[in-house]
Design a protein around this ligand. Structure first.
Ligand code: IMP
Ligand code: MG
Length: 389
């Protein structure tokens, strides 16, 4: 069984939670895009964990693979491994040597560029790293493994700034952290062989469809692909049939950073409610997320681009307590649905949801012509309703 879990909005849809939940019977959880700009939150038995680079399968003790399209930040990866070790989690990680490395210099450039561009990036250096990659001056994991990184680093620094010895030293140190990390370096061929031998695989997306570099809200987007159809290409696996192609969404929309947001709620009680109850603060940057009503026009576009076979809705419980719920439909007409006041965080079945919640989900399914197979009613792994379709 091959499962893909993709964000259908602007990221932060709860992919990490759904990945963790579905990881129980999987051989590998694979991260195939993005970098330390991502922030995945997972809660197990009241303990909350936050990850950026390492796939969310590690909380179910699953082996994880990071494929060659990912942007790896050695400093961040080391911090994350140390963070997990505090909880006695020592993941088995297979890292593709084709990954591009993101260094302190990229963060500096990102920070400076964004003063001019005002995209509102996470300042993790993603844009500048991908630019270097496209410019063919980036340093890959393979360079560090085979010791060819030193000369390349000198060129890279000269490309961005007057050559400074301290900049070189700082970035060299970051690069060489990789040699110390307990990860298995793998070629594309080795990774593909592992995937071909496995029975169950989950591909965990990063960011969301509307942030995709090609099909998102350019230029207010990230610099990497976020759509599931990119998976076989970026991994370099010729044939990949995704059995469960799951689109994850929230029943409202959030966005961090700048760019258009058709259903944004700029002020008032509902805005405060969604931000407060939804704890809509960036995992990575601590920025309060912009919030708005569900946009089915965008969501329909995401379904088309990804060819989803089913949907997972998260944070349904955040809507509890609202008088009414607004929805922009796929033809850009506004609808208003009744809210509900009963706590749904202990609901175990789809049928036990309040009629108003049920009606809202029914409308979404009809508009998108897809079934919702998973409903998340709280942050914990246990607060998940699975529905057999
Ligand atoms: P960058 O990926 O850091 O270059 O940021 C570009 C845009 O994507 C900004 O609007 C970021 O806030 C947004 N972004 C990047 N990664 C994530 C994420 O994981 N969740 C939500 N937004 C993200
Ligand atoms: Mg996030």
């Amino acid at each position: 069984m091959i499962t893909s879990i993709t964000g259908s909005q602007f990221g932060d849809e709860g992919k990490g939670k759904i990945t963790d939940y579905l990881s129980a019977n999987t051989d590998y959880v694979v991260r195939w895009s993005g970098g330390a700009n991502a922030g995945h939150t997972i809660q197990v038995d009241n303990q909350q964990y936050k990850l950026k680079l390492i796939p969310s399968g590690v909380f179910q003790n699953k082996k994880v693979i990071i494929t060659g399209n990912c942007i790896e930040d050695p400093i961040s990866l080391e911090q994350e491994l140390n963070y997990l070790a505090q909880y006695d989690i020592i993941p088995e990680i297979y890292l593709d040597t084709n990954c591009v490395l993101s260094l302190p210099i990229h963060k500096t450039v990102d920070f400076n560029n964004d003063k001019l561009l005002n995209i509102g990036t996470t300042k993790s250096g993603i844009g500048p790293t991908v630019s270097d990659f496209v410019n063919r001056i980036a340093i890959k994991v393979t360079d560090v493994v085979f010791g060819t990184h030193d000369e390349k680093l000198k060129t890279l620094i000269k490309f961005h700034t007057d050559y400074l010895e301290e900049v070189y030293e700082e970035n060299l140190k970051a690069l060489e952290i990789l040699n110390e990390l307990p990860v298995a370096f793998c070629s594309r061929k080795e990774i593909v062989a592992r995937l071909n031998r496995a029975e169950n695989i989950i591909f965990e997306g990063a960011q969301g469809t509307m942030l995709d570099i090609n099909h998102g809200t350019y230029p207010y987007c990230t610099s990497t692909p976020c759509i599931s159809s990119a998976i076989p290409y970026v991994i370099g696996i010729g044939n990949l049939k995704i059995d469960r192609n799951i689109g994850v969404f929230k029943p409202y929309v959030t966005r961090v950073g700048n760019g258009g947001f058709q259903t944004e709620i700029l002020q008032g009680k509902v805005k405060d409610h969604l931000q407060l109850v939804g704890k809509e603060v960036g995992t990575n940057t601590g920025r309060t997320r912009r919030v708005g009503w569900l946009d089915l026009h965008d969501l329909k576009y995401a379904c088309e681009l990804n060819n989803f076979t089913e949907l997972a809705v998260t944070k349904l419980d955040v809507l509890t307590g609202l008088e009414s719920v607004g929805v922009l439909d796929k033809n850009k007409n506004w609808w208003s649905f009744n809210g509900w006041q009963t706590d749904i965080t202990d609901c175990k079945t789809y049928e036990s949801l309040p009629p108003a919640a049920y009606e809202l989900l029914d409308f979404i399914e009809k508009q998108l012509e897809l079934k919702i197979s998973i409903v998340s009613v709280g942050p914990d792994r246990k607060q998940t309703i699975e529905r057999s379709l």
